[in-house]
Design a protein around this ligand. Structure first.
Ligand SMILES: C[C@@](CO)(OP(=O)(O)O)[C@H](O)COP(=O)(O)OP(=O)(O)OC[C@H]1O[C@@H](n2ccc(N)nc2=O)[C@H](O)[C@@H]1O
Ligand SMILES: Nc1ncnc2c1ncn2[C@@H]1O[C@H](COP(=O)(O)OP(=O)(O)O)[C@@H](O)[C@H]1O
Length: 269
């Protein structure tokens, strides 16, 4: 069986406080986007994992797909299988690509082996694999809080709008990004701001990671400015970077911009 683990963007991201477990409390809006990997699982005589496409740093035995399989194997007698991941979504890019692979592995195994796990149970497994991971179980626009792993529904639809995502070939580790941020109480009510039209977000909705990372990597503010120059209603960095996105009212002609980078564009669902 084949599944397509997609990426996400953060619309607004407030890092509000450092927790006693070393993590941070935050609030954000997660929105799924169509940039996706391809994950295939087939029956086999022994377990194997392989990947192609973008090179994934680290030991393949510790890939998040493998961790997700091993997590369920502790509680269920899963048969051996062969997993292949075609890695397309850039890594260290703020799009939650690895977390999505893990969550989609859990959901796929639940379906293929009829494990009868509820959404809540799947989210609980996902939470243990990464803070972003649980979002990809339901994979719908949400307001998130605490470690970014608790969710509330929001009345937000960007359906029909167009998104351009630019990954400037710059790997920023999540831990590095958190280390450069000073937690603070939000100055803007994110839930209220999200109810305003996207063209108004520019002056109210911000990603707290931008300040530190924009000073360090000047390509990031340049890309954001270029999105606005091309007519974006709203532009920002997603998550801990380095991908910059622009939301447009309709399909946009990129006019040879961003040619040297990795770009994805498409309609929002
Ligand atoms: C920054 C965010 C915002 O949506 O997204 P990405 O940029 O990674 O996509 C997330 O908080 C990333 O979540 P995720 O990538 O799953 O992080 P984890 O694997 O759980 O943690 C990686 C490291 O980030 C830091 N971390 C992560 C989450 C959190 N709420 N507080 C933290 O301080 C910790 O240093 C942790 O060791
Ligand atoms: N399937 C996977 N895809 C991407 N990264 C993975 C995967 N499994 C483990 N990783 C590890 O997770 C780290 C980054 O994860 P990712 O979620 O892509 O980051 P970000 O959300 O910041 O873009 C990488 O350093 C990589 O070693």
């Amino acid at each position: 069986m084949i599944t397509f683990p997609n990426a996400k963007i953060n619309i607004g991201l407030h890092i509000t406080e450092k927790r006693s477990d070393g993590f941070h409390n935050l609030e954000s809006c997660f929105y799924p986007v169509g940039w996706s990997d391809v994950l295939e699982v087939i029956p086999a005589t022994e377990f194997s994992f392989s990947s192609s496409g973008i090179d994934i740093p680290g030991d393949p035995a510790k890939n998040l797909c493998v961790k997700a399989y091993e997590l369920l194997k502790k509680d269920f007698s899963l048969p051996p299988l062969s997993m292949h991941l075609l890695k397309i979504v850039p890594i260290g890019a703020g799009m939650g690509g690895g977390s999505s692979d893990a969550a989609f592995t859990l959901s796929l195994l639940n379906q293929v082996y009829d494990l009868k796990l509820s959404t809540e149970a799947l989210e609980n497994y996902a939470r243990t694999l990464g803070s972003d991971c649980a979002f990809f179980i339901q994979n719908k626009p949400v307001y998130c809080y605490e470690k970014g792993d608790r969710f509330a529904d929001i009345p937000l639809s960007l359906q029909g709008k167009y998104i351009v995502l630019v990954y400037p070939n710059l790997h920023i580790s999540t831990a590095e990004a958190y280390a450069g941020v000073k937690p603070q109480a939000p100055k803007v009510n994110l839930l209220e701001a999200l109810q305003r039209p996207p063209a108004e977000w520019r002056h109210s909705i911000q990603n707290d990671f931008e300040k530190g990372l924009f000073e360090k990597y000047t390509v990031l503010p340049e890309l954001k400015a270029k999105m606005y120059a091309l007519g974006a209603e709203y532009a920002a960095m997603t998550g801990s970077g380095s991908t910059i996105y622009g939301i447009f009212e309709k399909e946009v002609d990129l006019q040879n911009n961003f040619n040297q980078y990795t770009v994805w564009k498409g309609e929002l669902l």
